[in-house]
Each structure stands twice: as structure tokens, then as C-alpha cells.
Write a protein that binds this ligand. Structure first.
Ligand SMILES: N[C@@H](CCC(=O)N[C@@H](CS)C(=O)NCC(=O)O)C(=O)O
Length: 201
């Protein structure tokens, strides 16, 4: 049995959890909840991932797999779920990387407000990180909607997880403003059972 180290709020872990549900293979992966943060690592992660980050996929047939992009690729290969179709592989990987890039910035902003003491916070850092999120969302609204109208792949799922995290941690910044196409797309995606079952909490 595969074990996936997750937390209910983690958008990177959510990508793998969504893939497992899209593939209909929940019976084959035990999701193990850990409580970890950049300042307080859950010790159970470290033997598998020395950076202390989740998600981690613990296998019974080989070494653990780390990083959501590697885990999703591994699970897709194992399940044959075809969420990385060869015919458009570079677009899929690029969109997944872009969604992860939004998440890197959004997560670092959440750490800034949730972990850093108030007197040490740096507003310019927050603005610069939100700038990256905004630029990424604008690029998607301008250039990726044709891809997003096509069959579901891991780029779509990664992006839906990133948008869900923006709502979860940065709702007041209202990412939907000025992005009607992405807003409508997100509404349709959020109704998928894989995404509604894994909403961050
Ligand atoms: N690039 C990694 C990022 C993983 C990541 O940053 N995970 C967060 C939770 S969403 C984490 O474990 N943070 C704890 C830490 O930074 O020590 C991935 O795609 O899996």
C-alpha cells in the first residue's frame, strides 16, 4: 500500500490527492495526516524528505518519492490515468509549473503573516510576491484559456488547487477581479468531485 503524507490545508499535497481521486484509486493510497510548518517540522517526514516538506509518497516497492510534481507524475504512471498526455506534455508541465509558481509565492506570503512576528514583517515582500501571483493569473487569463477548455490534465488540476489556495489564504485580495474567463473556469472545476472532496480546511 502506498502512503501519502499530507495536511488538509496543503495545496501541494492536494494536487496528489486530487489526482488519486480523478484516477479512482483511493483504495490504494493511505493518506496520513501530519502537522508541519516551515518552523516546526513533523519528525515523521524527515526520514523520507530531509527538507521536511509535504507531500511525500512512501512506497512499499522502492524509495519515497518527494515533491508534488514528481509524485503526480509517478502516480499517473502507476495508475495509467493519462493526466500527462504525451501529445501536449510540454504545455501540461509548463502549466503545472506555473500553477506551482503561483503557489510558491502564495505560500511564502502565508508564512510571512502566519509565522513571522509582526515587527519583523516586510510589506514590500508581500507586494512583490502578490505581484508574481497577479502576473501569472493575467498570463493564464490571456494565453491559457484554449488549453484549459480542452481535456483535463495535470495542468488543469494543479491550477485548480492553486486557485483554491488563493481563496483559502488570500481571499480578500480577490484574484477573480478582472479575470472573468478564469473565474468561470474555476467555478466549473470546483464542482468536480475530486476537488470538492479535497477543499482546503
Ligand atoms: N515544491 C514542493 C513544495 C512543497 C511545500 O512547500 N509544502 C509545504 C506545505 S504546502 C510544506 O511542507 N511546508 C513546510 C516547510 O516548508 O517546512 C512540492 O511541490 O511538493
Amino acid at each position: 500500500m502506498l502512503k501519502l503524507l499530507v495536511s488538509p490545508a496543503s495545496p501541494f499535497a492536494r494536487k496528489a490527492r486530487v489526482l488519486i481521486r480523478e484516477a479512482g484509486r483511493t483504495a490504494e493510497v493511505e493518506e496520513v495526516q501530519v502537522s508541519t510548518s516551515a518552523l516546526a517540522t513533523d519528525a515523521s517526514i524527515l526520514p523520507h524528505n530531509p527538507t521536511g516538506r509535504i507531500p511525500v509518497l512512501i512506497r512499499d516497492d522502492g524509495p519515497a518519492v518527494i515533491d508534488s510534481r514528481v509524485i503526480c507524475r509517478f502516480l499517473d504512471a502507476r495508475f495509467g490515468s493519462n493526466l500527462y498526455p504525451e501529445a501536449r506534455i510540454w504545455e501540461v508541465l509548463t502549466l503545472e509549473a506555473l500553477a506551482d509558481g503561483l503557489l510558491d509565492s502564495a505560500l511564502s506570503m502565508a508564512y510571512e503573516t502566519r509565522l513571522r512576528p509582526e515587527e519583523k514583517r516586510f510589506p514590500d515582500w508581500m507586494d512583490a510576491q502578490w505581484g508574481k501571483v497577479s502576473q501569472g493569473l493575467d498570463a493564464i487569463e490571456d494565453r491559457w484559456m484554449a488549453h484549459l477548455a480542452g481535456p483535463i490534465d495535470m495542468g488543469h488540476l494543479g491550477l485548480a488547487c492553486a486557485l483554491g489556495y488563493l481563496d483559502f489564504r488570500h481571499g480578500p485580495r480577490n484574484w477573480r477581479d478582472g479575470r472573468p474567463k478564469l473565474t468561470a473556469w474555476d467555478e466549473r472545476m470546483a464542482a468536480r468531485p475530486s476537488l470538492s472532496a479535497t477543499k482546503p480546511a
